[in-house]
Write a protein that binds this ligand. Structure first.
Ligand code: ZN
Length: 146
């Protein structure tokens, strides 16, 4: 099995069995994300403990990339501070736009690296992250990738 197969398996697994799916009754922040280009929709609930993301859940309908990305993101940022989550998003964004980045810090998120070959799908992969930013910024207006 080469790396591309491994990455594909991670995406298939997270799409079929998304982690942290559902709603969070004690969420302090939430946001809606929308990627009209593909039709991906996402609702994200976040519970904070001080500055730390204690828990998060997402719900929505979207393509395999958007669902897998939301699932991978939820695992990656749980337990992290806002600043750490923002740093991770920067690294993910660099990876998806083909800029050099330290993939060691990305862990399983590196499975999304192949998305950069399909520029139209980059928004599918970043939707969950934009929605997280909106939730942490206090929600309000739904975010859109357009
Ligand atoms: Zn999509």
């Amino acid at each position: 099995m080469d790396l591309a197969d491994l990455y594909r398996d991670v995406i298939v697994d997270h799409n079929r069995s998304p982690r942290n799916r559902g709603r969070l009754p004690d969420a302090c922040c939430h946001a809606e994300g929308n990627n009209p280009l593909c039709g991906d929709r996402l609702h994200l609930d976040v519970a904070l403990d001080g500055d730390r993301i204690r828990d998060l859940r997402f719900e929505g309908n979207g393509c395999a990339i958007s669902t897998a990305s939301a699932s991978l993101m939820s695992e990656a940022v749980k337990g992290r501070t806002r600043a750490e989550a923002a740093e991770l998003f920067t690294a993910v964004h660099r990876m998806l736009t083909g800029e050099a980045t330290d993939t060691a810090q990305l862990g399983k998120l590196a499975a999304l690296a192949g998305v950069r070959e399909f520029p139209a799908r980059v928004k599918c992969a970043t939707l969950a992250w934009h929605t997280l930013n909106a939730a942490l910024a206090g929600g309000g207006a739904p975010v859109t990738t357009e």
